[in-house]
Design a protein around this ligand. Sequence first.
Ligand code: HAM
Length: 418
Amino acid sequence: MAKPKYTTHLGMVDILPGEVEKWQTIERIVRETARHFNFEEIRTPILEQTELIARGVGQLTDIVSKEMFAFERGDDQYVLRPECTAPVARSYVENHLDQRGGTQNLFYIGPMFRAEKPQKGRQRQFHQFGAEIIGSADPVADVDIIAFMMSIYNRIGIKNTSLKLNSVGDPESRDEYREALKDHFRPHLDEMSEISQKRFETNPMRILDSKEEEDQPFIESAPIILDFLNEECAEHYDRVKELLDALQITYEEDSHLVRGLDYYTKTAFELTSPDLGSQDALGGGGRYDLLIEEIGGQPTPAVGFAAGMERLLIACEALGISLSDEKSVDIYVVTIGDAARKWALVHLPELRNKGLSATMDYAGRSVKSQMKDANRENAHYSIIVGENELSENKFTLRNMKESEEVTLSLEEIIKKLT
Ligand code: HAM
């Protein structure tokens, strides 16, 4: 086949008919779960101010320093949102959502953009569903968010996941921890990877995230943040674990879990799957008690998660979980001649208005190829309309699976099928 002149950008894919149905199933399950957990949907623009994302996510993160799709237009600096927590926080402040009273339990579904090197489970335009509880400092909110996330995977049937849990403390405990980490890594820097040497200067906690083999011995022996938590953060962490136990949600404490976004405080978590390969995080999140103040709002504690739709689909595929029914249509109207085609066009709405899905031939093909087309569309019934049928107002209704035919008026057909 000739190479097409226009293609999608690297790391951006079309979601085609046949695939879209799986997405609709996931979206339906997310919405149903959100309703059961009493979360409301929020939709924010795809473009945000670059400054919001830089401040919110953190200047030194990979996302902000290397992966933003950003551009200028006039005096404005736009960025395609790389995630949705900072945008939701912006919206909360801008629209005074606190005045609605209570905590704001919000969820979203939509595309995000990061200029990463594409690989399996990693795209430049990808899709997330996520949720945020804004206005609660209580560990109950952390655990409810985790339960919401887990519930979606359970409903879909993905059960062999592993929930990793850590606390990243608050800025004060992190400052102390960072110094301890630096003291630990400093004597070995020469033996460590180039990327970790860079992170040593900019963000030493991210060294713990390194997958480079030469770094592993030093990471294994590194001090852990839990030993640096102040009393409040330590109590919060203990309570989160106690509540997870009460809900019988199993987790694994992972003192190296630092996450790639700077806004986290206290709880950090990630859900991984062995079916994903190297990009094994299905979703992740945590508490971000300082973000809203950082972007100009009142001090407001919050916690949330986001999960990748593409990775969820990869996991479903690996586990043989089918998310879509086979494509089908209730009725295919087979027409012979122009008058019959006009009749079909005029009467299809009567079938559709009764809740039946119905289609016809749009290309003036022979009866034989229309029947073939009806089979390709997986039609349950066909209605055959020719000159005789029109003059007698009686039509052949054919059950395509059973190959049985009856002759009926349109009213009788509708009655029989509804
Ligand atoms: P994140 O860990 O950056 O967190 O992303 C969440 C999930 O989005 C990942 O676990 C992964 O499944 C998916 N994901 C991320 N990048 C890509 C990519 N390039 N291609 C495909 N999937 C990807 C956040 O975005 C935070 N906003 C989560 C959060 C919400 N924290 C608090 N509230």
